[in-house]
Design a protein around this ligand. Structure first.
Ligand SMILES: *Cc1c(COP(=O)(O)O)cnc(C)c1O
Length: 221
C-alpha cells in the first residue's frame, strides 16, 4: 500500500493488533500522525480518510499550514511535539490543542499565562529526557516528579502525562519503562512514546499515544 491513506490504515491496524496482543483496548492508544515537513497536499489525504490527530514539531511551520486545514476539518486535534520557546507560547496556545514538551518553569509559566489570556485549555504533558542527553530537551528523570508538582502548584497547570524521545542508538524499552514508572509516581495517566521504528514496543509498555511520521507520510526529504 503506497498511498498515505493506505499506510495510515496499516499503522492503525497494527496498533490495534499490538494493543490487543498486549491485553489492552485498541482505543486506549491514540495515533498522532506526525506531519512535520509535509505540506497540505500530503496531509489532506489523511484528513479525508478520517484521521483527526496530528503532530508538528515546530510552531512556525505549523502556523503556515494548520489554520487553513483546521478550518476545513474543525474537529482536528493538533499536538505540539517539538521544543517550545517562550516567545512562541502565544502562537502555540492559539493553534495547538495538546503540548507534549513542557520541560522548564519558564515555559510552564508562559503557557499558563497564555491559556488564561486566550481563555483556552490545552492538554499538557511534561517531556522527560530519559537518556539524560545534554543536547536533548526535557526535564531530567530525577527532577520530573518535583517539576510536575511545581507545574501544578506554582503554575496552576493540569499535567496529563509524560513524553519521551529515547536516545537514537539505545534500546527504547527501558526508556519507555522509566517513563511509565515516573508517570505513576507523578500521578499522570498519559504516556506519549513510540515513533515509526518503535511504536509497537511502546504500546506493549503502556503508551497511550504514539507519534508516527514516516511510516504514514513516507521518508522526510
Ligand atoms: C518526527 C518526530 C516523530 C515521528 O518520527 P518518525 O520516526 O517519522 O515516526 C515523533 N516524535 C517527535 C518528537 C518527532 O519530532
Amino acid at each position: 500500500m503506497e498511498s498515505t491513506a493506505g499506510r495510515l490504515a496499516s499503522v492503525l491496524q497494527r496498533i490495534g493488533e499490538v494493543a490487543t496482543g498486549a491485553g489492552r483496548a485498541p482505543e486506549d492508544v491514540s495515533l498522532i500522525a506526525v506531519s512535520k515537513t509535509f505540506g497540505p497536499d500530503h496531509i489532506r489525504p489523511a484528513l479525508v480518510a478520517g484521521h483527526r490527530i496530528f503532530g508538528e514539531n515546530r510552531v512556525q511551520e505549523a502556523m503556515g499550514k494548520w489554520p487553513d486545514l483546521k478550518a476545513d476539518f474543525a474537529d482536528t486535534e493538533l499536538h505540539l511535539i517539538g521544543p517550545l520557546q517562550s516567545n512562541k507560547a502565544k502562537d502555540a496556545v492559539g493553534l495547538f490543542d495538546v503540548i507534549h514538551t513542557i520541560d522548564r518553569d519558564k515555559i510552564a509559566g508562559a503557557v499558563a499565562r497564555e491559556m488564561d489570556r486566550q481563555n483556552r485549555r490545552l492538554r499538557l504533558m511534561v517531556q522527560v529526557n530519559t537518556g539524560e542527553e545534554s543536547q536533548k530537551a526535557g526535564i531530567g528523570p530525577r527532577d520530573a516528579e518535583q517539576f510536575v508538582a511545581r507545574c501544578r502548584e506554582t503554575h496552576g497547570l493540569d499535567i496529563h502525562g509524560l513524553m519521551c524521545i529515547p536516545p537514537f542508538d539505545d534500546n527504547p524499552g527501558p526508556h519507555f519503562a522509566l517513563l511509565a514508572k515516573l508517570a505513576a509516581q507523578c500521578g499522570v495517566a498519559e504516556l506519549s512514546c513510540g515513533m515509526s521504528a518503535d511504536y509497537e514496543i511502546a504500546i506493549e509498555m503502556g503508551a497511550t499515544c504514539v507519534r508516527v511520521g514516516s511510516a504514514i507520510f513516507g521518508p522526510r526529504g
